[in-house]
Design a protein around this ligand. Structure first.
Ligand SMILES: [Zn+2]
Length: 369
């Protein structure tokens, strides 16, 4: 998230605070991006998940795990949520913040780091955090405009280029596949679980059988492609990462958007269905590609079977199908027109001319109306 976006988002938040919004347990993710940004603004008290885990609600959530030797923060939300989240969570326990764990590098998870960081706080991320932060900084101007469009924010001023490696890297602990530590008798196991991003991780607390799964699960089909723009989010990565979480047999799953899933049977039911929905869409797309179908046919034809319908309030199936297709093979669509630097729109005046000018087209439009 860029500075200008932070500023405009903060301004909008001031407005949202006066409106307020509810977010009940097990509700689907909001399908209006502006409503999504408002989530949690009316929260008066942190959610107590169990004797040690607390949740502040927002886009995204911030979690606090308390121990006798200090506390651990999992995700820090966006800058405009961070102070509110800190107030809610520290009202429950004001112990020192020993660790901040970032489930991944998106702005709604890392945006509040400076609000939470204390002298001696150690920040943990998966090692691909560095590449991903640099990639986001490299394209900050592009994403400022796309984020503004996605979340109905004012169009930002054009901005310069920070260079290829211009990101500020906060975590001092960067791990490859697995990292673990113990604090106050609580063991924290952290696994690399790519999906939403390549640096995505899952935090597992065996003592509480709790898995913090970041954005690899939410109550909608995942955004395997987002219109904001994204490098491929590999469907098979989601599948193997969800399998990893399922293999832990959690009793509680805490996603960074939405509410926790409680109870081993319910966790298994929801995560299995989610995994199977992603696997189904991936496999049908790949089968179609091998059968010679074009991307638009697959976007139209592939539908989730009834038992795998997980909703499309945030991630859209057809865009995800195109994301999978083009993630594998890139942009060329066998249309010779796509091979040239001239956009299709350049041919519009000629098409109008061939149709006999503006008047017949206007008449046809009036006739069709
Ligand atoms: Zn997120």
């Amino acid at each position: 998230m860029t500075d200008s976006l932070k500023k405009t988002a903060s301004m909008l938040m001031a407005l949202f605070l006066s409106i307020g919004v509810g977010f009940g347990r097990q509700e689907r993710m909001a399908d209006n991006p502006v409503t999504l940004l408002r989530v949690g603004q009316d929260q008066k008290k942190a959610l107590k998940i169990n004797e040690a885990i607390y949740q502040a609600i927002g886009f995204g959530n911030t979690f606090m795990v308390t121990t006798s030797e200090g506390n651990v923060i999992i995700d820090t939300s966006m800058p405009f949520n961070a102070a509110r989240h800190r107030q809610l969570l520290q009202a429950e326990n004001s112990g020192p913040i020993k660790y901040i764990i970032l489930t991944h590098s998106h702005g709604d998870h890392v945006g509040g780091i400076s609000t939470w960081k204390q002298a001696g706080t150690q920040i943990i991320a998966q090692k691909q955090h560095v590449d991903f932060q640099n990639y986001q900084a490299r394209l900050a101007g592009f994403y400022a405009r796309r984020n503004a469009a996605q979340f109905s924010l004012p169009v930002p001023e054009p901005r310069g280029w920070a260079g290829n490696y211009g990101a500020r890297i906060e975590p001092a602990i960067l791990f490859d596949d697995k990292y673990e530590f113990e604090l106050g008798g609580v063991k924290f196991e952290i696994f690399h679980t790519p999906g939403e991003t390549p640096d995505h991780l899952t935090v597992w607390l065996p003592k509480y059988r709790a898995a913090f799964v970041g954005d690899n699960f939410y109550t909608s089909f995942p955004n395997i492609y987002t219109l904001r723009g994204t490098p491929p989010r590999w469907a098979l990565d989601y599948v193997s990462s969800l399998n990893k979480v399922l293999s832990l047999k959690p009793e509680i799953v805490l996603p960074s958007h939405g509410m926790p899933i409680q109870g081993g049977a319910e966790v298994t039911r929801q995560l299995t269905r989610y995994r199977d929905a992603i696997q189904y869409v991936h496999d049908e797309t790949v089968k179609g590609m091998n059968a010679g179908k074009d991307v638009f046919a697959l976007m139209r034809e592939i539908k989730l079977p009834r038992e795998l319908e997980v909703g499309e309030s945030y991630g859209k199936l057809s865009w995800s199908i195109r994301g999978i297709y083009e993630g594998y093979v890139g942009w060329f669509d066998l249309d010779p027109a796509s091979m040239y630097e001239t956009p299709a729109s350049a041919s519009y005046p000629e098409i109008v001319k061939l149709a006999g000018g503006v008047e017949p087209i206007r008449e046809a439009r009036v006739g069709a109306a």
